[in-house]
Design a protein around this ligand. Structure first.
Ligand SMILES: Nc1ncnc2c1ncn2[C@@H]1O[C@H](COP(=O)(O)OP(=O)(O)O)[C@@H](O)[C@H]1O
Ligand SMILES: [Mg+2]
Length: 286
């Protein structure tokens, strides 16, 4: 493992039990993410992206392979052994509506991980929660409000503040901005990048939006049917994709009508709005 790699995933295999045996959702996937860097995972629906994310935060136990976070292989650890590692890797989910307790105030939601982290003094927790709420760009008036009173983008900010409260080394964002309007997506992305610049947090970002990926990540892996089919620097891979699948993905992203069932505006990323679109490749590749 290289000196500055925070996350090393090596030969990851995940099988899900199904009616007649197992279904291999992730098949021998390896990648590393440097400390303070951002890796993007892209690929069609069902290719295993969320399974990789859930493995990294150990919501699923891998069938084989290593997941080394800051020098510790967490792939096979028991629940008890995992406990001290749990705070170090946090996840932001797509659905800000489902992931926050509607009965708690924003301050209580953000203060809870502080308690878990061992901050005993209630006033100290409230103060730290207020700092975190401020860090994610919400006003002080947000502290006493409950999730149903916030917009989707504001709820996602609360989710980010809650994740930050654990002082993680690694944040896994699984389609974290996909449910949001395009302008709100851009704001949440800008926030994630600001936080990374301030804290040196490492990101794994899953998105079907190549504009988002281009904006936020320097390294990318492309998945298809559980396997890694292409990887490398994001700009290089997206500018000159080697694999037919990556070419098809890129073509689809440049032509919103090519993706069935998605409104074009959901495909327009912040960078795509500013940069002229790259020429659409028309070749014989699928
Ligand atoms: N708990 C499960 N049991 C059985 N199959 C699953 C389970 N979770 C996901 N899968 C299957 O594994 C594959 C990968 O799923 P997932 O990782 O969610 O893909 P993605 O996030 O790329 O859309 C899909 O075919 C999905 O149907
Ligand atoms: Mg998914």
């Amino acid at each position: 493992m290289t000196e500055d790699a925070l996350l090393e995933v090596d030969g990851l295999v995940v099988d899900y039990p199904v009616a007649h045996g197992v279904f291999r959702a992730v098949d021998d996937v390896s990648f590393t993410v440097r400390r303070g860097g951002t890796l993007a995972i892209v690929g069609e629906s069902g290719c295993g992206k969320s399974t990789i994310a859930r493995s990294i935060v150990r919501l699923v136990k891998p069938t084989a392979g290593r997941i080394v976070v800051g020098g510790t292989d967490i792939a096979r650890l028991s629940e008890k052994q995992l406990r001290p590692m749990r705070t170090r890797v946090q996840m932001i989910f797509q659905d800000p509506y489902g992931s926050l307790d509607p009965h708690l105030s924003a301050q209580e939601i953000v203060a809870e991980p502080l308690r878990v982290r061992g901050m005993r003094d209630k006033r100290a927790r409230a103060k730290e929660a207020a700092t975190l709420i401020d860090q994610v760009g919400l006003p002080a008036t947000a502290l006493e409000r409950r999730p149903p009173e916030f917009s989707g983008g504001q709820r996602q900010r609360i989710g980010i503040a809650r994740a930050l409260a654990s002082k993680p080394d690694l944040l896994v964002c699984d389609e974290a901005t996909s449910a949001l309007d395009v302008s709100v997506q851009a704001q949440v992305l800008a926030l994630l990048m600001k936080i990374q610049a301030e804290t040196g947090l490492t990101y794994v970002v899953i998105s079907h939006n190549l504009g988002v990926v281009r904006e936020i990540s320097e390294e990318i892996i492309v998945m298809s049917e559980g396997r890694l089919v292409e990887s490398g620097p994001t700009r290089k891979v997206l500018a000159a994709p080697d694999h037919p699948y990556t070419r098809a993905l890129r073509r689809a992203a440049l032509d919103p009508t090519a993706i069935h069932g998605r409104k074009p505006r959901e495909l327009v990323a912040p960078s795509a709005m500013r940069l002229p679109a790259a020429p659409v490749q028309r070749g014989t590749d699928r």
